[in-house]
Design a protein around this ligand. Structure first.
Ligand SMILES: Nc1ncnc2c1ncn2[C@@H]1O[C@H](COP(=O)(O)OP(=O)(O)OP(=O)(O)O)[C@@H](O)[C@H]1O
Ligand SMILES: [Mg+2]
Length: 459
């Protein structure tokens, strides 16, 4: 059989969370969209502004070129700052043979271009200044001036960049806003999933009711539905299994009682000797089987009851004294000293049968696993503000890693004395939990060999 392949830890590019997945897909998508839209806007604005500027320069050139050279007055001067910042144009008027008559900017060093049309030229004095130039074709009359119009290229570039920036800003803003909205939506959705998970976490095998599907998103509802179907099937299976165990244990009880009775009768007619020993062994085996059936019945009854048994005010001191009293005969036979001491336990509401289950099983263990001549003490005290009952024995104790394991059904320590079924501690814990008590096993505080079974009462 091949071992199941475990999914590796999530990597940054392969996250397992929905939030991570959405981010990993959407952030690059938005960035690419923002870049593409920026580039598209740039080219569109560039074409638009260029065409607008070219048309403006051409109109200006033709309107200035219509007069006669003799009538030309000096043009009003324009500063370089204005040309760069506002895109103001510079107009130059020339004679047909290339002599500058007047210019709206005296320091614009661009000679008259022989070829009419649009040019891109560097200023001859100021190499940082780049000009878009329109040279009008010569007029038909000899006394017409030649016109050249200049406009700062830096202005055009800055204008295109500015407009592209404003076009890209909304998309750039959309990235954090969408991510924030996504984050909130996913957080809300996962909150509803967490509430379903909480419902599941609070369940045990006795509570397999349907999970609420109304709170989860539609996409998750089929999963919850499938889970509910599984829960229903599990519940049926549990009920069938419990009924089987209960019926089997119940059915076994009657023939076993009959066999025990037969053996009792047989005893009188069996002579002393080997046959008597064998009968004694048979009787011990019968007792073990009987004990197992009783424990099984007890466990299946606990499992079957969905509602806790009725509670009454319980005088714990009296209940403990009674339990101790009941095991005195066996303790005497095994020369085990059983002591009871400590404070007076509080009176509280609980089910007497559950409390008896807890303390009888713990005392039974202490008696069974403590060797002859040992000691058992039932101690009542307070720890951490809660009343505590300790059943302390001087037996072999348990290794640390087994202190929890022994609560498993049918688990017995290898080499444990025969007679037990391995169900006592499972019954103890289930009964304790139902009454709000906690049970744990621990080593003795004084370092001596033995075990302490500690029961904490509700706060
Ligand atoms: N006081 C103890 N000292 C040493 N070992 C213990 C003690 N109590 C329990 N154990 C170990 O834990 C195992 C499980 O105990 P549990 O009470 O569940 O079953 P059991 O005593 O074997 O049978 P049952 O209680 O059903 O008659 C025991 O078999 C024993 O090995
Ligand atoms: Mg036991």
């Amino acid at each position: 059989m091949t071992a199941p392949v475990k999914p590796g830890p999530p990597r940054w590019y392969r996250p397992r969370s929905l939030r991570g997945k959405l981010l990993i897909w959407l952030v690059p998508l938005y960035l690419v969209m923002a870049l593409l839209s920026g580039a598209a806007s740039y080219y569109r604005y560039e074409a638009l502004i260029r065409r607008f500027m070219d048309e403006l320069m051409e109109t200006l050139a033709y309107s200035h070129g219509a007069g006669r050279i003799e009538d030309i007055a000096p043009l009003p001067l324009l500063s370089l700052a204005r040309a760069n910042e506002n895109g103001a144009v510079v107009v130059q008027l020339w004679t047909q043979d290339g002599r500058l008559i007047t210019s709206s900017r005296s320091d614009a060093a661009v000679p008259l271009q022989a070829k009419p049309g649009h040019h891109l030229l560097v200023d001859e004095k100021n190499k940082d200044q780049l000009w878009r130039v329109f040279t009008a074709p010569p007029g038909v009359r000899a006394n017409q001036p030649r016109v050249q119009v200049l406009q700062s290229e830096r202005f055009a570039k800055e204008e295109v960049a500015r407009r592209t920036f404003f076009a890209a800003v909304p998309i750039a803003l959309l990235v954090p806003v969408t991510l924030l909205v996504l984050w909130l939506v996913v957080a809300r959705t996962s909150r509803s999933l967490h509430s379903v998970a909480d419902h599941v976490a609070r369940r045990d095998h006795r509570n397999l009711d349907e999970l609420p599907a109304s709170q989860v998103p539609e996409e998750i509802a089929p999963l919850v539905g499938a889970f509910n179907t599984l829960l229903a099937r599990l519940q049926q299976a549990f009920v069938a299994q419990r009924r089987f165990v209960q019926d089997a244990a119940h059915e076994l009880r009657t023939p076993m009682t009959a066999v025990a009775l037969q053996m009792e009768n047989l005893r009188a007619s069996v002579p002393d000797g080997q046959a008597r020993d064998q009968l004694a062994q048979l009787e011990a085996g019968m007792r073990r089987a009987h004990h197992l059936v009783e424990q099984l019945l007890c466990l299946s009854r606990q499992d079957a009851s969905a509602t806790p048994p009725p509670t009454d005010p319980v005088d714990l001191t009296a209940l403990l004294r009674e339990s101790v009293g009941q095991c005195m005969a066996l303790a005497d036979r095994r020369r085990i000293e059983v002591g009871f001491n400590g404070q007076v336990a509080p009176v509280f509401r609980a089910s007497v049968s559950d409390l008896r289950s807890v303390f009888d099983n713990l005392l039974d263990n202490a008696l069974r696993y403590t060797p002859e001549g040992g000691e058992i003490e039932v101690r009542v005290h307070t720890a951490g503000g809660r009343a505590v009952v300790d059943v302390v024995d001087s037996g072999p104790g348990l290794p640390h890693h087994m202190l929890e394991r022994v609560f498993d059904r049918f688990f017995r320590m290898p080499g444990a004395p025969s007679g037990g079924s391995g169900l006592g501690l499972a019954i103890t814990r289930a009964a304790a939990l139902r009454q709000g008590l906690s049970v744990e096993l621990r080593a003795r505080d004084d370092g001596a060999s033995g075990l302490v079974a500690r029961v904490r009462l509700p706060a």
